[in-house]
Design a protein around this ligand. Sequence first.
Ligand code: FES
Length: 226
Amino acid sequence: MITSRIIELWNTSGNELGGKVTMPADLHPAPGQYLLARREGAMDPLPVPLFPAGLARSAMTVVPPLPDSWRVGDTLTLRGPFGKGFHLPRPARRVLLADFGTRPQYLAPLIERALAQNADLALFALQPPPGLPAAVELIPPEALPDSASWADYLAISLPLAQATDVRRLLRLPPGRRLPAGQVLVETDMPCGSSGECGVCALHTRRGWKLCCRDGPVFDLHLIEVV
Ligand code: FES
């Protein structure tokens, strides 16, 4: 069990609560992994999954939304990290990030990592996050097919309901090979990694998987694409 504290809260442009929590210096959740948080003294029935929206050092910005009842200074108990995260290959030099949900923050820690290894970086997002480094090229939807062919690593985030739609979302013509990459599947996780409720179940080429335990990041070629 890890003790943490909420050190910053803000309203995002989507009017959700974003925030930053303290993090032990030796705890480094990978992009796409998550911690389960409980607010000390609260009777909340379910833990809240906290995904990194930046690389954790002594504090971690988390993917919104946070519960409206959370306040700066509140103490949290954290468990984790859980799940499988993104793994940006060291040799990757042309990286495409594509968010088809509403939370490009899931992909944000990969921006720092990709720039640190001198990769060229393109981003597609329906709602681009503020404060992007100038080195990140924002691309329009019509550039997706060519960018997918250009990239030597592709990271996607999308809602569970669209998990089979990768080809359509990338606008890939029939027959064009899917590039190498990984997909973060956004879903509710009510039982938080215990694998009991099945709400986060995803059918893959290797049968049913649970996003909370086997994901939420999956190899792109494991995702069933229609
Ligand atoms: S959250 Fe319940 S099985 Fe995954």
